[in-house]
Write a protein that binds this ligand. Structure first.
Ligand SMILES: CC(C)(COP(=O)(O)OP(=O)(O)OC[C@H]1O[C@@H](n2cnc3c(N)ncnc32)[C@H](O)[C@@H]1OP(=O)(O)O)[C@@H](O)C(=O)NCCC(=O)NCCS
Length: 165
């Protein structure tokens, strides 16, 4: 099992159940917000999946906030696939799409500080993203006891247009 054999691609409606199961597993551990199936289907064009041998082993999504700001969210890799480069591939795919869209700033709300540090993200105050707080946080059960940190990265435009595959 090597990183080269893992494929990251845009999600299709057939992937929706697998994505829901992934987010449910980690939501049960309090690590991320569960995404209901109907919400995933509604937003399927913003999801990516990592696949190995026909099995969905990871997922992530992009949420657009302003023409210059987006969030990477719903990032999850199956437990037995962790630390094999899948999370990195998913994030890099999302970043590549954002570069092509001309979106220069990306943020995450996460408990996985070390992982995002490795990928070049820096910790910032959550209040830096009022758009996020207005849109999602006010509905979150952890609102008054949020343990996630905000991290962001400025995307340098690429010179090649390699992500639109
Ligand atoms: C966070 C998560 C997506 C990482 O996926 P992954 O496939 O295991 O990560 P990768 O193998 O691509 O790791 C990339 C780098 O981060 C490092 N890393 C990953 N998880 C780490 C951790 N928990 N602590 C320290 N370093 C970590 C890896 O060692 C690797 O370092 P390298 O650049 O030296 O090779 C995965 O652990 C996960 O699904 N966690 C639960 C859900 C979650 O927290 N999602 C984030 C919500 S925003």
């Amino acid at each position: 099992m090597t990183q080269a054999e893992i494929t990251v691609r845009s999600a299709t409606l057939d992937d929706a159940s697998a994505i829901a199961a992934l987010t449910k597993e980690y939501a049960g551990e309090g690590i991320m917000l569960e995404r209901p199936l109907e919400n995933i289907i509604e937003n399927i064009r913003n999801f990516f999946v990592a696949e190995y041998g026909g099995e969905v082993i990871g997922c992530c999504a992009i949420a657009f906030y302003t023409p210059t700001l987006a969030e990477i969210r719903s990032l999850a890799v199956l437990s037995r696939w962790k630390l094999k480069g899948t999370g990195r591939q998913l994030v890099e795919k999302a970043e590549s799409i954002l570069r092509d869209e001309g979106v220069p700033e990306v943020f995450v709300l996460t408990l996985s500080r070390q992982f995002f540090l490795r990928l070049g993200y820096s910790e910032v105050e959550k209040e830096y993203f009022p758009q996020k707080i207005w849109r999602d946080c006010t509905h979150c059960p952890k609102l008054m006891a949020c343990d996630e940190i905000a991290m962001m990265k400025t995307l340098v435009p690429s010179t090649t247009n390699s992500s639109l595959q």
